[in-house]
Design a binder for this molecule. Structure first.
Ligand code: HEM
Length: 498
């Protein structure tokens, strides 16, 4: 069939102008292309539009409503666990929420898959080359460079994080409506900059937007929307069209990070004995441009993911007063500034965060490109994927599957984590908020530690909380998923123990 369509394509291009016969061949070529795609992997369910244009239209509408991850997850209810997305303009792609497929491209056939050039090309103007965009040898190099830094960070424990959390709690008003999302972004910016550069942005110290890191936060959000747009429209359009607002935001992000790098590289290694990521990194890497790129990648990983998780947590706790009460009781036994092992010893705190990440994983959908012809196992007898074809996967849809998690899979119920046999049912590839295989998240332990410390501090500082709005399914376009707003009202503030 491929040979036939190729021959027809050649005929169309070789006939002289003025002869209209080739025009008649065009519909034939389209029909043959459709038939060819239909006969490939014919046992796999497919998106019902043979040209894939409705899929693009659906994605565009979802982007306008700001609910792309939820729209994408909803497609699996209609078209099945794995389905083909035909395309007349580009290559056929696939969508899956089958754990056996995800395990294949993230782990067992890791070398047959990559993040792909489109991701690198779309993200590079903001992030430069770094661990989130690299493949193959370059990625291995970055991973080897960064891994020990994270191991050292974990050993260090919570350090000054409690101090930043205390400042954030002080800023939460008693009995008044508050949007927690900007506050948790300020917190994670302060902790991430301290960890990365050895000096905090201090955004929780000041209400002056010019100096409190809000300028950087706004620029970082605008720059991310721009690169998400670049990724969605594809290589040709994003090379042709540029947004001056997006590019200006990128410049502002670079100069913000460069000032830290400049100051850090001017001074000798920190004598404080405290761990500083950049101190450690600069003993391996001295080029300021490369230092900026690696730092921006880790800043994105450290600030946005944890802030999103905290935003969802407060909204969900506000909607589930019985969970709040139980969590408050469980956390009362903790000392004022608990360490990681003490936090880990509170199972209900762990279960609340695991449940938030099940329903609202920071990376709700993701994708991989085949680097050679290869096979995905689901549905049996397998899908033949050609080199260059793209597979989208949705951890969020997988983590809400009723056949795995039960009829109440869409409900926030931390108690499910106490059920015996849950993990046998789910399997190690059915729950992946931190990804799996060789590219598993490097900051997982650090993120869980920070999120637990924040949640317990807030829960212990207030008697109760109520939900005051903020749409659960509205998310700003960004590289990770966070609620557009997390609007709640805390009440019954405790006096801070001195
Ligand atoms: C709740 C918090 C977090 C979640 C849910 C999360 C989730 C993830 C996911 C899903 C990936 C894979 C991305 C991909 O394959 O495209 C990833 C990678 C990564 N994460 Fe996290 N992350 C979190 C926090 C953090 C933090 C705080 C840091 C660092 C301070 C971090 C550092 C990294 C790094 C360096 C990678 C790249 C690993 C690689 O490609 O080899 N993460 N994370």
């Amino acid at each position: 069939m491929t040979a036939l369509t190729d021959t027809l394509r050649e005929k169309v291009s070789s006939v002289p102008c003025g002869d209209f016969t080739p025009l008649l061949l065009i519909p034939l070529l389209l029909i043959l292309t459709i038939l060819y795609h239909r006969t490939r992997n014919a046992h796999v369910p497919r998106y019902p539009d043979p040209f894939g244009l409705m899929f693009i239209y659906g994605a565009k509408k979802a982007a306008d409503r700001k609910d792309v991850p939820f729209w994408f997850a909803s497609l699996f209810d209609r078209y099945g666990e794995t389905f083909v997305i035909p395309s007349i303009l580009g290559k056929t792609s696939y969508a899956t929420m089958a754990p056996e497929n995800i395990k294949t491209f993230l782990s067992t056939s890791f070398n047959s898959w990559a993040l792909g050039k489109l991701r690198e090309q779309a993200f590079e103007p903001l992030l430069g080359k770094g661990i989130f965009t690299q493949d193959g040898g370059e990625w291995s190099h970055s991973r080897k460079l960064l891994r020990p830094q994270f191991q050292r960070r974990e050993l260090e424990g919570l350090g000054s994080i409690h101090e930043h959390i205390g400042k954030m709690v002080e800023l939460i008003p008693d009995g008044e409506v508050v949007d927690m999302q900007p506050l948790v972004y300020r917190l994670t910016l302060d902790t991430a900059t301290e960890f990365l550069f050895g000096e905090t942005a201090g955004s929780l110290d000041s209400t002056d937007k010019a100096t409190n890191g809000q300028g950087f936060a706004d620029a970082f959000n605008t720059a991310q929307s721009y690169i998400v747009w670049r990724f969605r429209v594809g290589k040709i359009l994003n090379t042709l069209f540029h947004s001056s607002e997006g590019e200006d935001a990128i410049r502002r992000c670079h100069s913000y990070v460069d000032q830290y790098i400049f100051r850090n590289t001017q001074k000798p290694l920190s004598q404080s004995g405290r761990y500083v990521f950049l101190d450690s990194l600069k003993s391996e890497e001295t080029d300021p441009f490369k230092l900026r790129c690696q730092s921006l990648h880790v800043l994105l990983a450290g600030r946005d993911t944890t802030a999103g998780t905290l935003g969802w947590t407060f909204m969900l706790l506000a909607q589930h007063p019985q969970v709040w009460k139980k969590l408050k009781l469980a956390c009362e036994v903790l000392p004022k500034e608990p360490g990681f092992s003490e936090l880990k010893d509170i199972p209900y705190l762990r279960h609340v965060i695991a449940e938030v990440l099940r329903l609202y994983p920071s990376v709700p959908s993701n994708g991989r490109v085949a680097t050679q012809d290869t096979i995905l196992p689901h549905p049996a007898p397998g899908i033949k994927v050609k080199k260059g074809e793209f597979v989208r996967y949705s951890p969020m849809a997988m983590q809400r599957r009723k056949d795995i998690w039960g009829e109440d899979a869409d409900e926030f119920r931390p108690e499910r984590w106490e059920e015996e046999g849950l993990m046998q049912r789910v399997g190690s590839w059915g729950y992946l908020p931190f990804n799996g295989g060789p590219r598993v998240c490097l900051g997982q332990q650090f993120a869980l530690m920070e999120a637990s410390a924040v949640v317990q501090a807030v829960v212990r500082s207030f008697e109760g909380v109520e939900y005051c709005g903020g749409e659960m399914h509205v998310v700003e376009p960004a590289l990770t998923m966070a609620p557009a707003a997390s609007v709640v009202r805390f009440w019954g503030k405790r006096e801070v123990e001195k």
